[in-house]
Design a binder for this molecule. Structure first.
Ligand SMILES: NC(=O)c1ccc[n+]([C@@H]2O[C@H](COP(=O)([O-])OP(=O)(O)OC[C@H]3O[C@@H](n4cnc5c(N)ncnc54)[C@H](OP(=O)(O)O)[C@@H]3O)[C@@H](O)[C@H]2O)c1
Length: 270
C-alpha cells in the first residue's frame, strides 16, 4: 500500500531551484509539511509561498550544506517546527565541467563538500531522530553519472558514485530500523545546474544525452516516497548503459566517446 504523504515532514536540501524546487511543489500538492533548505533565502521564500498556496506547510532554513553546523541546525528547525522528520531529501548539488588534470583543487574540495559531505551531515543528523521515531526515509539525489563515469565530469561522477555507494551501504546498515534509503539517478535535467556549472568551470557545460524536466524527476521522487525503492533511474533507457558498463566497460567507453564527440563537434573543445 502506498504511504500517505499528507502531514509528512519532509526536509529538502537545494530547494531553492531546479529539482529541489519541483520536489517541494510536488510534496506540497500531497499536503506535506516542508523544511526548505538552501543558501538563497529569497528564492526559498518564493518556493515556500508557492508550497503554501498549494496546500502544504512550509518553512525555510538558509543553509550552506557544506557547513555541518548549518545542516544540523536545519534538521533541528524541522523538528522544532513540526515535531518530527519523516523524509530527508539530500538534493543540494553542484557540477563542474573540466578535465581532472586541469581542475583547481579548491573546486574539487568544494564539489566534495557540497555533494558528499552535505549528504553525510544531513544523514547523520537525521538517523538518530528517525530511529527514535521508529522510521523514516532518506532519499539521495545522485545521478546516472553515479552509475557510469563520463569524461569532463570526473570529480562530479566521483561525488555521485559516493552517494550511490553510501545509499547502498546505509540501506543494509539500517535494515530493521524502519528507515528506508533510496537513491534517485536522473539523467540530464533542464535546471540551472548547467549554467551554474559553466560559471564555476569558466567554460560552457552542455547537458549530455536525453534531457528531462525537473517536474518529471520530482514525480519520481514522490512516487519513491510513497512506495520506497532502493534505486530509481528516472529515464529507464539509461539502464541499458549501466548494463553495458557492467558487462563491457570498454564498450561503454566507446558509446560515451561517441556522445561526447557529437556534443563537442562544433565547439572544438575537449
Ligand atoms: N540537472 C541535471 O542534469 C542533474 C542530473 C542528475 C542529477 N542532478 C542532481 O540533482 C540535484 C539538484 O540539481 P539541479 O539540477 O536541481 O540543480 P540547480 O537547479 O542548480 O539547483 C541546485 C540546488 O542546490 C542548491 N545548492 C548548491 N550549493 C549549495 C550549498 N552549498 N548549500 C545548500 N544548497 C546548495 C542550490 O541552492 P542555493 O544556490 O540557493 O544554495 C539549488 O537549490 C543535484 O544534486 C544534482 O547533482 C542534476
Amino acid at each position: 500500500m502506498a504511504r500517505e504523504l499528507k502531514g509528512a515532514v519532509v526536509l529538502i536540501t537545494g530547494a531553492s531551484a531546479g529539482i529541489g524546487r519541483a520536489a517541494a511543489v510536488a510534496f506540497a500538492r500531497e499536503g506535506a509539511r516542508l523544511l526548505l533548505a538552501a543558501r538563497r533565502r529569497d528564492r526559498l521564500e518564493e518556493v515556500a509561498a508557492t508550497a503554501r498556496a498549494l496546500g502544504g506547510e512550509a518553512i525555510v532554513a538558509e543553509t550552506d550544506v557544506a557547513d555541518r553546523r548549518q545542516v544540523h541546525a536545519a534538521v533541528a528547525k524541522a523538528v522544532s517546527a513540526f515535531g518530527r522528520l519523516d523524509i530527508l531529501i539530500n538534493n543540494a548539488g553542484i557540477g563542474y565541467h573540466g578535465m581532472l588534470e586541469d581542475m583547481p583543487i579548491e573546486e574539487i574540495e568544494t564539489l566534495w563538500a557540497v555533494n558528499v559531505m552535505g549528504t553525510i551531515y544531513a544523514t547523520q543528523a537525521a538517523i538518530p531522530l528517525m530511529r527514535t521515531q521508529g522510521g523514516g526515509h532518506i532519499i539521495n539525489i545522485a545521478s546516472v553519472a553515479g552509475k557510469r563515469g563520463g569524461a569532463g565530469s570526473s570529480v562530479y561522477c566521483a561525488t555521485k558514485f559516493a552517494m550511490v555507494g553510501m545509499s547502498e551501504a546505509l540501506r543494509v546498515e539500517l535494515r530493521g530500523s524502519g528507515i528506508e534509503v533510496s537513491v534517485i539517478c536522473p539523467v540530464s535535467t533542464a535546471t540551472e545546474f548547467f549554467d551554474a556549472s559553466s560559471a564555476r568551470s569558466k567554460r560552457h557545460h552542455p547537458p549530455m544525452g536525453p534531457i528531462q524536466t525537473a517536474e518529471k524527476v520530482a514525480r519520481a521522487i514522490v512516487r519513491c516516497a510513497k512506495k520506497p525503492r532502493p534505486e530509481v533511474i528516472v529515464f529507464p533507457p539509461a539502464r541499458i548503459l549501466v548494463l553495458i558498463n557492467a558487462l563491457s566497460p570498454r564498450l561503454a567507453d566507446l558509446i560515451l566517446l561517441g556522445f561526447r564527440r557529437t556534443m563537442f563537434r562544433e565547439q572544438g573543445t575537449r
